[in-house]
Design a protein around this ligand. Structure first.
Ligand SMILES: Nc1ncnc2c1ncn2[C@@H]1O[C@H](COP(=O)(O)OP(=O)(O)OP(=O)(O)O)[C@@H](O)[C@H]1O
Length: 302
């Protein structure tokens, strides 16, 4: 699969005075787990609905697996699985019956597709339960099972961890990890939880007010959360010069110096010694790490 799995070009959706998605240009490579991260109202659901051709864009275009998404262009859907918010199921049918209906709609061999999906999603104990009696978490699992029935090459999921307890979240994470890394399935998912996507996605696109404000490898974002030594002293310039002369790499940030190096973080007492010797004793010296959520919030801060 050489083609880009998901490709949007200046994708835009406007509702009267709200621009829900604003000139979004996104590329997701095959086999990648890519997360669209954003706060409530950032435009995640609208983007996913546009990708799936559920709503018409005001501007721009979408290609999935190299094929333009247009009304009537059906071929690509046999290779795409999706789960959008609040998965729908026939409430009076059992889990197995719901899957059997979905398998028939896909033209699949019913029995093996259903058994495989039940097994993959750990739905065995619930196979005979009517869909309306399922917990939110198990309803979400049934939705995922349906999305995976036809073994798609691309899986598009809106907030897949919604309604799941921590064990369920871990299970879904393991499943998506396996799908991408073992079976080469491309996964595009939306989430508002950086800590969660950081454990799963290889790349992240941050959406804010419909715009892609940051995109890159997950590691680039989490690196911002590494601990740094914060130094405050009366004469920052003199302190910075002394620290530089001692082999450190201080960075001036407002009214303090920041030091990210391993040595400074693990041995702040040695830094204190340099500062005292140079006549700039620290008035504050603290190792602090930004948590992931504050890194994310800083990206989307007004
Ligand atoms: N059908 C609609 N009509 C009018 N405005 C809409 C419509 N759908 C979405 N919006 C607006 O577009 C913006 C983006 O909404 P969207 O649901 O895509 O965000 P989101 O990131 O998925 O948020 P959430 O996590 O709350 O679902 C919001 O301001 C929302 O109010």
């Amino acid at each position: 699969m050489g083609t880009t799995a998901v490709e949007t070009t200046r994708l835009t959706k406007r509702y009267r005075d709200v621009t829900a998605v604003d000139e979004l240009t996104l590329r997701v490579a095959p086999g990648e787990i890519h997360a669209l991260l954003g706060l409530n109202g950032a435009g995640k659901t609208t983007t996913i609905r546009l990708l799936l051709g559920m709503i018409r864009p005001t501007g721009g275009e979408v290609r999935l697996l190299g094929t333009p998404v247009r009304p009537g262009a059906r071929a690509v859907w046999s290779r795409v699985g999706y789960l959008v918010e609040s998965p729908s199921a026939y409430p009076e049918l059992t889990v197995a019956e719901n899957l059997a209906v979905a398998a028939r709609l896909h033209g699949l061999r019913e029995r093996s597709a259903v058994t495989g999906a039940i097994e993959r999603l750990g739905l065995g104990p619930y196979a005979g339960r009517r869909a309306r009696t399922l917990s939110l978490g198990n309803a979400q699992r049934l939705g995922l099972a349906k999305a995976l029935l036809h073994r798609p090459d691309l899986l598009i999921l809106d907030e897949p961890a919604n309604g799941l307890d921590p064990a369920g979240v871990a299970e879904i994470r393991a499943l998506l990890h396996d799908l991408a890394h073992r079976d080469g399935v491309t996964v595009l998912l939306s989430s508002h939880l950086l800590a969660e996507v950081a454990r799963l996605a290889g790349r992240i696109g941050v959406l804010d007010q419909g715009r892609l404000v940051w995109t890159g490898a997950t590691g680039e974002l989490t690196a911002r959360a590494r601990p740094r030594l914060h130094v405050t002293t009366r004469d920052l310039a003199a302190a910075a010069a002394a620290l530089l002369a001692a082999g450190y790499r201080p960075e001036l940030a407002g009214d303090e110096l920041l030091m990210a190096g391993e040595q400074a973080v693990t041995h702040p007492e040695a830094v204190a010694e340099v500062l005292v010797e140079s006549g700039c004793p620290p008035t504050r010296l603290a190792v602090e790490g930004d948590d992931l959520e504050s890194c994310f919030l800083r990206l989307v801060a007004p």
